[in-house]
Design a protein around this ligand. Sequence first.
Ligand code: ADP
Ligand code: MG
Length: 234
Amino acid sequence: MSDTNLKVVLQARAVSKRFHDGLLDVRVLQEVNLSLGRGESLAIVGASGSGKSTLLHILGGLDHASQGEVQLMGHSLPSLTPSQIGLLRNMHLGFVYQFHHLLPELNAWENVAMPLWIRRESSQSSQAQARQLLTQLGLSQRLAHRPSELSGGERQRVAIARALVTKPACLLADEPTGNLDRQTAKEVFELMLSMSKSIQTSFIVVTHDPELAALCDSVMHLKDGHLSGLSNGH
Ligand SMILES: Nc1ncnc2c1ncn2[C@@H]1O[C@H](COP(=O)(O)OP(=O)(O)O)[C@@H](O)[C@H]1O
Ligand SMILES: [Mg+2]
C-alpha cells in the first residue's frame, strides 16, 4: 500500500473511552466517529473536561481506546505493537500543545532542526530546512534566539515549525493558541492553517474559540461523550 496515495489520513470508528479511577467509572468518549482527508482541517470544540485532549491522545496513538478503532494512514492502531505505533507516529504525525515545550538551551532553528537530526538527516540540510520554515513563519529575525528570548506568539510559531518540519500527514494541535492574546492567537492560527495547506498536512485542532474554529474546513462539537458535526458552510 502506498501511504502517499491515501485520501483518508486519520479515521476513528466507534471510539469509546472509559477511565476507571478507584470506584469511579468515567465515560469520556462514546462511539466517536471521524474521518480526516488529506489536507483537510478540522476544529474540535467543547467545554473544559469534555474529553478533547483524551480524544487527541487516542487519535495520536498516545493512549488506547477502550473500544473502537483508530486508523492512521490506513493502519489500524489496535492491531499494532507500541513500537510500531511509535514509528507510525514519528513518520506521519506532528503535535502542538498549549505550552510550547521547546528545549530552553537550544535556539529557534536548532529546536526546529531537532526532529530532522533524530531522523539522521545531515546537519547542513536540517539547518537549511529549519531556517527556511521559520522564515516562512515570519521569524527570519529570530533564528538564533532561545525560547526565553522570544514572545509567546513567536514561541508557538517555533513549536509549529518543529511539528511541521518533517512534513507529517497530520498535525494534532491541542489548544495551540490557548495561551496567547486574541490578536496573536488569530495570527498564529492563520499561519498554522496556511502552512498546513501549503504542505498538504491535514490538521485537527482543539480550540475554545468559535471564531478560530470557523477558519477550519469543518467543526465538530464534543459534548457528553458524543462528537457531532457542525455545518461550516463548506
Ligand atoms: N488518566 C485519566 N484518568 C482518569 N480520568 C481522566 C484521565 N484523563 C482524563 N480524565 C477525565 O476525562 C475527562 C476529560 O478530560 P480531558 O480529555 O482532559 O478534557 P478536555 O481536554 O476537554 O478539557 C475529565 O473528566 C478528566 O477528569
Ligand atoms: Mg484538554
